[in-house]
Each structure stands twice: as C-alpha cells, then as structure tokens.
Design a protein. Structure first.
Length: 653
C-alpha cells in the first residue's frame, strides 16, 4: 500500500465536499449524473435534530487495502485456488461506491474480505484512515447487508425495527430517542406507511429497504451491501440506489457489489471498482471511466453504456489480452489517477492527524462485542420469539394440530387396550408408536426450520445484534411452552382413550417420559439442522435414528442382542424412553390385568411383571434411572448443538 499511502489519500469529496453532513437532499457528485437523490422527509421538522442524520461522532472512514489475496481449499489432495490476486484500492468516505464485474470476478468475495465477514484464507492489509484496521473496532462502526433479505417475516416492520433498536442501541438510550430514530429512518426510506405490515408481505424493494433500515438503527459509518438491486425492477433499483446515495451524502462510506447496472443506475454511483478474474481493471470516479478506457486505447463505442462495455471487456469478449491491458493501466488498483480531483487528496499522515479513529472505549468498547448486556439480549430475543411462536402456523399451530390428530388416531386404533391382558402386546406396540411420534415430529420439524433461521443468525450475529449464547438460550426457552402444550394434548388423548391406569402418578410418569423424549429428539434435530442444509439434514436425521430404534428393545428384545452390539442400548434414548413407559404403565407393582377375551382359557400375560421380565427383558424399577439418562442426553446434546452452531458460524467465515 505504499503507493496508495504516498501517492494520495484522503477522502475524495469532489463536488460534495461543501455539503452539510446532515443534508438529506444531496446532489449528484459529477456532471454526468442526471438524477438527483430523493429528499428524506423529516416528520418532526428538524433534519439536524436526530442522530440518524449524522454519522456517529462525526466520523468518516476512508478505506484502503493493499495486496489482498484470498485462497480457498479445493478439498483433500486437490490443493488450493487463489480467488483474489494481490488487489489494491481505495474506497473514500461520503461516496457511493460500486464493485463491478462479471459473475465469478470476485466482487462478492472482496466485499466479504473488506467487511471482515471472511477472514480464513485472506492475506493483505486493510487500512482505515491510514491506520491498520482493528477488526473488532471496525465492526462496531460498520454493517453488512446480504444479497438475500434475511428478515423475520412474522414480525411487522415496526416490530423488526424495535427489536433492532433494543439490541443495537442499548438500555441507556431513552425510549423516546429510539422512537425518534425509528421514525426518521422509516420516513427516510419510505416505509413509515407500512409500519404494521408483516415483513413477509412486503415487496422486494420494500424488503431491501427494511434490511437497510435495520442496520441504520445504530448509525454505522460504513455500509457493505451485496447485490442490493438483485431481483428488483428498474423503479425499485433506482429508489434503492437513490437511498444509498442519500446515506453516503450524510457522511457514510457505502460500498456495494452490482453486476451490470443500467446507464441511469451507473451514473448514480460516485466511484466504481471493476474486477475480472480477481484483478482490478479500473478504480476511480464513475465519469472518468470513459476517459480511462480511451487512455488505454480501448475507447467505449458511441451510444454504448460504459458499464456494459467494461463488463464485456472483463468477460474477455474482445480478447483476454484486453484484460491484462486494463490491469496494467490501473496497476491492479494502485493507481489513484482517475479519482475525482486526485491532486487534492491528502497523504495518510495527514489523514491520521485530522480524522483519527476513536478509541475502543469511545466506540462502546467497554460494552464488549455487543451493545447491550446478555440479559437484555435474552429478554429482547424471548419477546421476539414469543411473537413468532404466536404467529407461526408451522412451529406452533400445525404442531399442536398434528399432536391432537395423531393422538386421536392412535387412541382409536388402540381403544381400551391398556387394561386388557390379552391385548398387552398391542399396548406395548402403542408405547413404541408414541415414542416414534415424539421423535419424528419434533426432530424433523427442527431439521427443516433451523437451516432457514441460520441465515438470519449469521447476518444478525455478524452485525453484533447479540451473542450466540443469548440467541441459543432464547431459542431453547421460547419453545418449551409449545412443546409442553403439544405433548400434553397428545398424552391426555392417547392415555385415556387407550384406557391406561387412571392414576395421577402413572400419568405423570408417562407424560414426563414423553416430554423428555421430545426434548432429546429436538436437540438431536438441532444438531443436524445447525450442521447441514435441509437436503442433507432430511436424509441424515431419519437414517441416524434407525439404530436408535434397533437398540431400543422393540422387535428384538434386549436379551437377544449380540454382545458386540449391546453397547448401542446405552446410547439409544429410545431405549430409555421405552423402558420409562414400561415402568410407568406396568411398574410400581401393578395388579393382575383382566382378560376380556372369553375364547381364551388362560391369559398368559395377566401378570405384568412376568411380561416385562420374560418377554421384553426389561426391569420395572428403572424409572428414575431412565429419567436421569434422558436428562443427561438432553443436556449433552444441547451442549454439542451449541458448539456445532458456533463452529458453523466460524467456518462460514
């Protein structure tokens, strides 16, 4: 980065240098810009009176990077591949900057590297205002907005914003100030009239603006956006780009990837950084792209969109040698010749003197990685989870309905089997069917829903909304009431329709085993769902459950298992669940059962203890051992699931 540090180096303000930081009606920064930026309405009549109108602490961040390389592993024995090849560049503050290039050029990878989202396999140095970047400090003042809109669809716009405010602004921020910030952001982004609309019912452009609004709550100085115009029509694209330009004029550094913008959208950007095959073809002012192409003897054809033409060059449509010419012309990003007014740029020493980074303490470093305490994070996340539970048709309503319907079907099929000696085998089958129901419904539901939640978790956790511990604690606690209600409905229906012993102690034992098995299955599903995608998870979860059923003692009694397979009975939670059911129904010295089949001269299984010991080879006095074993498995699986989730988050970076 020596060339960058000495050749030039402060913010390229261009024609916007004299504009007020709080001015919400920014003009285009170059003569070529034909479309102005939308003006932000202020509902309280004071554009300068709210924190959102200015960058926090009046900070500006000028990013520079030197010799950035990124290498990925191709797998075992296949070596590695370099994606980015010694990139250099400068991203000035108060500018809307586009990272452009064809598919596979490395623009999203560069965005991930610059934002700190990707750290494994990265080499090179990133500077903030002339100083080597401290990633933890930088993340306090930046936000990353992903290409897909990772929103909570069951929360309204207002609820989403309040959750973000409660997590990102801290408990010391007065409520009225949070309300003012939310109101100004939503008014500026044109979302105020959709305050009570569920996020899942917003249009594509509105979802994109809401994604931006959520990250603006704590007023970051730098915004990274991955393909913000993807999936939007031309009108929505223009609105989003106008909005980004407005935010840049308020003092922020706005960096976004964009594939192939129209001529009108292209003119809205102040600076552009063009990539091809992991190398820089051009960096500088947007309106200087055409002169640059003429300078390297690759003039843009008349009436041709410069953005389209440079992408065609980057794709190699005019020959691979043209790419090398462009890389040499910009010295792989080292040259700052084509910036706005490059002669006015300050050197890095001056930059450090006039615009130093605030200390960690000034930036909230005394609060740790997140803005609020762990307890406040858990409280806010529990509140959000409660809203989702009430409105979720799958996790809540459908689960309860399935428990009721399955309970009615099993109760009808095994009607009055519980006290009938000649139907004792059928009743034993019912116990195993109850286990399978609790296992499959809770496990598969978790496997299917956790991967979708993972995308939201990655974004919110990276942007420092909350810690992983707070998130994990909240998702564990918030599902307990639904689990209890669903399990209780099922147990009551099956237990009494099948005429099990009318004893509150036995019923409580039966319900306790059911609940613990459901919790174990949910924890197992969490382990699978947090480690694999939906396709792999839906294959692995049932497949890995088959040995659990084999070692449970159903079909093949525990006595008949070979010695070399008997170890499996100690790790099968279904074995403990089935044994617990048997103890609840046939333990506690249960009296002789009645035989209701007059055609039989002798009921062999009148004595429950004989059936338990001789037929299914179980003990009828192991209930509390089974409870202890299931509780231990729940705890162990929850701990493993947490570390798998943590590993998943780290490995994605």
């Amino acid at each position: 980065m020596e060339v960058l540090l000495h050749e030039a180096s402060a913010v390229s303000n261009g024609s916007v240098g004299s504009e007020s930081r709080a001015n919400c009606c920014a003009r285009s920064s170059s003569p070529g810009h034909q479309q102005g930026v939308i003006e932000a309405p202020s509902r309280n009549g004071d554009k300068n009176g709210t924190p959102f109108s200015k960058t926090k602490n009046d900070e500006y961040m000028d990013l520079m990077f030197e010799n950035i390389t990124y290498t990925v592993s191709l797998g075992l024995r296949k070596g590695t591949k370099e994606i980015l090849h010694g990139l250099n560049g400068r991203l000035p503050s108060k500018q809307l900057i586009a990272l452009m290039g064809p598919s596979g050029a490395g623009k999203s990878t560069l965005l991930d590297v610059l934002s700190g989202f990707r750290i494994t396999g990265v080499q090179g140095i990133v500077y903030i205002n002339g100083r080597v970047r401290d990633l933890d400090s930088f993340r306090r003042s930046s936000a990353y907005i992903t290409q897909d809109d990772r929103l909570q669809p069951l929360l309204t716009v207002n609820e989403n914003m309040h959750v973000a405010a409660d997590l990102k602004l801290g408990t010391d921020t007065p409520k009225y100030e949070k309300e003012t910030i939310i109101e100004e952001i939503l008014s500026t982004l044109g979302l105020y009239e959709h305050l009570q609309t569920l996020a899942g019912r917003l249009s594509g452009g509105q979802k994109k603006r809401l994604s931006i609004a959520l990250e603006l709550v704590n007023n970051p100085t730098v915004l990274f956006l991955d393909e913000p115009t993807t999936g939007l029509d031309s009108s929505s694209c223009t609105q989003v780009c106008n909005l980004l330009k407005l935010l840049a004029r308020q003092g922020r550094t706005i960096i976004c990837t964009i594939h192939q913008p129209s001529a009108m959208i292209f003119q809205l950007f102040d600076q552009v950084y063009v990539l091809a095959k992991g190398e820089c073809l051009y960096q500088g002012a947007t309106h200087n792209l055409v002169p640059y192409l003429e300078n390297v003897k690759l003039p843009c054809p008349m009436y041709h969109n410069p953005a389209d033409y440079v992408i065609e060059l980057a794709c190699g449509e005019y020959g691979e040698d043209k790419i090398e010419t462009l890389v040499q012309g910009t010295q792989n990003g080292r040259s700052l010749k084509w910036f706005n007014n490059p002669s006015a740029l300050l050197d890095a020493k001056s930059l450090r003197a006039i615009n130093p980074l605030k200390s960690n303490k000034q930036n909230g470093g005394n609060r740790g990685p997140q803005a609020t305490s762990q307890w406040n994070q858990i409280k806010v996340l529990l509140k959000r989870g409660g809203i989702k539970v009430k409105r979720d048709s799958t996790l809540t309503h459908l689960r309860i309905v399935v428990n009721i319907c399955t309970g009615l079907m099993l109760g009808t099929l095994f009607m009055k089997a519980g006290n009938n000696a000649d139907r004792i085998i059928e009743n034993y089958n019912l116990l195993f069917a109850c286990l399978i129901h609790h296992m499959m419904t809770t496990m598969m539901l978790t496997v299917l829903t956790i991967p979708a939640e993972m995308n939201i978790l990655k974004k919110e956790h990276f942007n420092r909304w909350y810690s992983l511990k707070a998130y994990y604690m909240s998702v564990t606690v918030v599902d307990i009431p639904v689990m209890i209600i669903g399990c209780l409905f099922f147990t009551v229906i099956v237990y009494f329709m099948s005429d099990q012993p009318h004893d509150i102690v036995r019923f409580s034992m039966f319900f306790g085993i059911s609940l613990l098995v459901a919790f174990v299955a949910q924890s197992f599903g969490f382990m699978i769902g947090s480690s694999f995608d939906v396709v792999n998870g839906t294959f692995l979860a049932p497949t890995l459950s088959v040995p659990m059923m084999m070692f449970a003692g159903f079909g093949v009694s525990l006595r008949d298992l070979p010695n070399y397979l008997y170890w499996g009975t100690y790790i099968s939670y279904l074995r403990y669940g089935l044994e617990g059911y048997v103890n609840a129904i046939y333990g506690l010295n249960r009296q002789t059962l009645a035989c209701h089949n007059d055609d039989l001269d002798f009921c062999f299984y009148k004595d429950p203890r004989k059936f338990v010991k001789e037929i299914i080879a179980m003990s009828d006095d192991q209930f509390w051992n089974d409870i202890a074993a299931l509780s231990f498995i729940v705890l162990a699986m929850r701990i493993v699931a947490y570390f798998l989730l943590r590993w998943k988050l780290l490995s994605s970076r």
